[in-house]
Structure formats: C-alpha cells, structure tokens
Design a protein around this ligand. Structure first.
Ligand SMILES: *Cc1c(COP(=O)(O)O)cnc(C)c1O
Length: 374
C-alpha cells in the first residue's frame, strides 16, 4: 500500500522531468521558438521550477502576466528573456527595464511609459500586442498606424527595441482563429510600412499551436501543454503525448466503519447505503479542491477510485469506500498521471463544471509542493 512520507498530510508532487519532456515534445511538433508561459505560479506548479524545466526542454523564452511575476523569476535566478503583458493603469516600468523584462504593449500610453523607463544604455524591449478579436487588451486596428509610427520613432532614437508583435486567439472556432490571423498579418504589414521589423511574431497558445499550424508563425506561447494537460475537451494528455506534471495526494487521516443510513459531511447529502467504511481525506476547498465537486470528483485509494461522498469542506472530504480495505495513513490520490493509475484532473474539472487549467492553478499554498523527476 502506497504511503506519503512520514508526517506529510497532503502534498502536490511536481514532476519537472515531465515538464521538460512536454516542452521537448511540443517543440518538435511546432518547429518554432517556444515561449513557456509560467504565469500564476506556473499554473500552480511553481513558476521558477517550471521555468527552469521548460528552458531545459528547449523553450527559449518565458511569458508571465505581470511584471511582478517576472521580477520574482529574476530573483529566483532565471536569466532567460521574460515577457509580461498585463499592466496596472499608470504603471511605470523602471524596475522591469532594469531587470531586462520585456513588456507587452497594448496602448499608446503604455508605449510612452516603456520609453520613459529606458535608461541611457538600455532601451525598453517591447512586444506590440495587437487586438485581433478577443476583446481583451491590445492595440486596436484603428490605432495601429499611429502607435506603430510612434514605436518606430522611439526605436530610432534608442528608447525602445521592438522585439516582437503578438496577439491571442479566442479558440472560438478554426474559422474565427484564421480571421484573427488575417487581422494580425494586416497589422504586421502596417508595422512594416512604418519601418518596424519585429523579429518575433507570436499568436498561438497550446491549442492553436497543436491544431492550426498556420498560426505558429515563428514563435508560440505554450502554457497548459507544458504542464502535461490538454486544452481540448475531446483529447486527453496521453492522446497528445503529454505527461501531467502535478499529482495531488493526501494521507487518509481517519477511517470509520458506519452502518446503513449514516450521514456524511455537512447537510448529510450522502448517506451510507448499507454498512460501509468512510475514509477522511485532509484536502478541502481551502486547498483548492472545488466545493462544487461535492458528490463527484475522483479519489484513488489502494487501487480503486471513488467519488467524494457528500460535501467538500474547507479542510477535508470524505470517501465512502464500501468494504475496500483502507487504513489510516494510506495514500489518497486526487489526480495525477492517468497512465500511472491516478485519476485525471479532468474528472475534477468535469465535476466542478470548469477546465483542467483552473483545477491545477487553484491548488493552494497550504499544499506543499515537492519537486520530483520521474
Ligand atoms: C495564458 C496565456 C497563454 C497560454 O495559454 P495556454 O492555453 O495555457 O497554452 C498564452 N498567451 C497569453 C496571452 C496568455 O494569457
């Protein structure tokens, strides 16, 4: 019977070897430069370790949402190029430029702020973000000419280096993603006409990078796939040749034999159907296990998988294991790599009516991460 290390109540193991292998695999498929996206603490896996593993697997650059995340990577000793694309209103970029963090620029105002942060010998490195339909940030097509001309001027006087141009797809349909690609190419033509020649052109995240080769351009931004998860509802990690890197498990904290009709957890939403054994698993919504998965989800104990019995509480959940042999200290696995017998994270995503991205990203700080390499 599998057990966690003595004294460990719950943990998430992060297989950095899997992240490295996933990047290598995806890099071979796409055949272009890879920006590994490690925002939100590397989708819950730990930003610095995920970044290091992704770089070892062949990513050449890193992407984060905000500058603070980029600075944290620098403090952790990561010296690869980092792009940050979401900024506070009125942000100034001095610290980012000093730390060599590249800035995604979505407006004329941000362009000016980036130029203002340039030092004598250090222009601000930017990637122009073009709005191509997603309706989030990005320079609007009507503003391309004005903003790009100003970027070209600032580049000529040494305040800026326009390293890249990018946009982000909706994944609404292949047709809509292709329409966004055409808008992006129109934008690149405008940039060229004012004298800009951004070396990197990137549009696709994991989904489009796999299924729409024309969106790969010369660089892709890969997030969920590097952690071994599929962005597609109808294709598993294994279908894509990926290995999920995160396994969440806990030690069974208590076992109780109860008789028919015994209620379980708040509200007694579950009652024992005949004499049965209840196993208490010390993971709850305080750890990021969605309360909405009450009555569903998947917990594997000693080789069998059970749904949650009753409601997920803040710190714990209960599994009704029937007559299956379970003892205090046995390992309960919530999700991991299904090819190794663990439930898929998608079982939790389905039960909570969400996506695999959200389940791994929300695994909270109370769950210690332990780095492994299989
Ligand atoms: C999060 C994000 C990505 C990564 O998306 P995945 O679907 O996880 O590969 C890429 N680009 C931008 C702008 C993002 O916000």
């Amino acid at each position: 019977m599998s057990r966690l290390p003595a004294g460990v109540m719950r943990e998430a193991t992060i297989d950095v070897g899997a992240i490295e292998a996933n990047v290598r695999h995806l890099r071979r498929i796409v055949g272009v430069e890879v920006i590994a996206v490690v925002k939100a603490e590397g989708y819950g896996h730990g930003a610095a370790r995920s970044a290091a593993a992704a770089l070892a697997g062949g990513a050449t650059r890193l992407g984060v949402a905000d500058v603070g995340e980029g600075l944290a990577l620098r403090r952790a000793g990561i010296d690869a190029p980092i792009l940050a694309w979401l900024h506070a209103p009125g942000a100034s970029f001095g610290e980012a430029v000093d730390a060599g963090i590249e800035l995604g620029i979505s407006s004329y105002t941000q362009l000016q702020a980036a130029a203002a942060a340039a030092a004598m010998d250090r222009p601000a490195a930017v990637h122009l973000k073009l709005e191509t339909g997603l309706g989030r940030n990005g320079i609007a097509p009507a503003d391309f000419a004005v903003v790009f001309a100003e970027a070209a001027r600032l580049e000529r006087i040494g305040k800026l280096r326009v390293v890249g141009a990018f946009s982000h797809l909706s994944n609404a349909s292949p047709e809509e993603d292709r329409a966004a690609l055409r808008l992006f190419e129109d934008g690149l033509a405008v940039a060229g006409s004012v004298g800009l020649a951004p070396r990197l052109r990137h549009l696709a995240a994991t989904g489009a990078a796999i299924t729409l080769p024309e969106t790969r351009l010369n660089c892709v931004r890969l997030g969920v796939g590097i952690y071994g998860l599929s962005p597609f509802p109808d294709r598993t990690s294994a279908d894509l040749g990926l290995r999920p890197a995160m396994t969440v498990r806990a030690s069974v904290a208590a076992v109780r034999r109860v008789s028919d009709g015994h209620g379980v957890s708040y509200g007694y939403d579950h009652r024992a159907d005949g004499d049965t054994t209840l196993a208490l698993v010390p993971l709850g919504y305080g750890d990021g296990v969605p309360r909405q998965a009450s009555g569903g989800g998947a917990v594997s104990i000693n080789g069998r998988t059970f749904p949650v019995a009753g409601r997920v509480a803040m710190d714990q959940l209960v599994v009704d294991v029937g007559d299956h042999a379970v003892a205090v200290g046995d390992e309960a696995i919530l999700f991991g790599d299904p090819t190794l017998g663990a439930p898929a994270v998608e079982a939790w995503a389905d039960a909570a009516d969400t996506i695999n991205y959200e389940i791994v990203t929300r695994i909270g700080p109370r769950v210690p991460r332990r780095q492994v390499s299989a």
